[in-house]
Design a protein. Structure first.
Length: 236
């Protein structure tokens, strides 16, 4: 496990973007596992700038997102499909046909979960997985539990997660209470993992997850067992 300490969010974003751009340059048809939330936005903005300068080409890249809210269509401004399109995909030359986000409106979520795992396997797994971390230790929407959920699954979100996400909605009542998320197997089978964390409120959970016991009560603690993980964190 490699740790990179940076001074502020801007430096964190540039450093994370460097890792991702290096992956794309080394393997132009790589599979990127992508994340949503406030922390990766700066990373995506930096990648867009480099694309616009002609430094990076996404035309053969495949992207696979971690999760989506249950009940939100892709054109809903709070959906993660909408987030990815507006914050990243619409501004680079990636084919939308090569961008995958779980469906939040499937008529058969058991099948949706099964098909999502099959799709990831069909591409040979993920080359580089970008992760954030929740204040309760969740990665993707893998919430604290009694067991590690192996496969893509539907999850009922914890109150702390709902509260944290409520800032993106007009009212707390609008925040979805369920989500579909990639499981721990696909995340842990990624060839490389890049975990980014910003803000003083993440310090305690980073210490618990990366230096404490491995437990499904802190899903991110399983990352200790990964053979190639880089953690970029800001002192800000």
């Amino acid at each position: 496990m490699k740790f990179i300490k940076v001074n502020n969010y801007e430096e964190l974003s540039r450093t994370a973007a460097n890792f991702i751009s290096a992956q794309v340059i080394v393997k132009p048809n790589c599979v990127l596992g992508l994340a949503t939330g406030s922390t990766p936005i700066g990373t995506y903005k930096q990648l867009i700038k480099w694309y616009q300068k002609g430094d990076i080409d996404f035309s053969n890249v495949i992207s696979i997102n971690l999760d989506e809210y249950i009940g939100l269509k892709g054109d809903n401004e709070q959906s993660y499909r909408y987030f990815m399109n507006t914050n990243f995909f619409n501004h680079i030359n990636i084919s939308k046909d090569n961008t995958f986000v779980p469906s939040g409106i499937s008529e058969d979520f058991d099948k949706e979960c099964e098909e999502y795992d099959k799709m990831i396997k069909s591409f040979g797994g993920i080359d580089l997985q970008l992760l954030g971390i929740g204040v309760d230790g969740h990665i993707g929407f893998n919430e604290p539990s009694d067991v590690f959920e192996k496969n893509t699954h539907v999850v009922t979100l914890h109150k702390s997660t709902i509260d944290a996400n409520s800032r993106f909605f007009s009212s707390p009542e609008e925040v979805p209470t369920k989500a579909i998320t990639m499981g721990m197997t696909s995340i842990m089978q990624a060839k490389k993992i890049l975990l980014i964390a910003n803000g003083k409120n993440k310090e305690e959970i980073l210490n618990k997850a990366l230096f404490g016991p491995i437990t499904p009560k802190i899903p991110a603690s399983l990352l200790q067992l990964h053979s190639d993980i880089t953690v970029i964190y800001s002192e800000e």
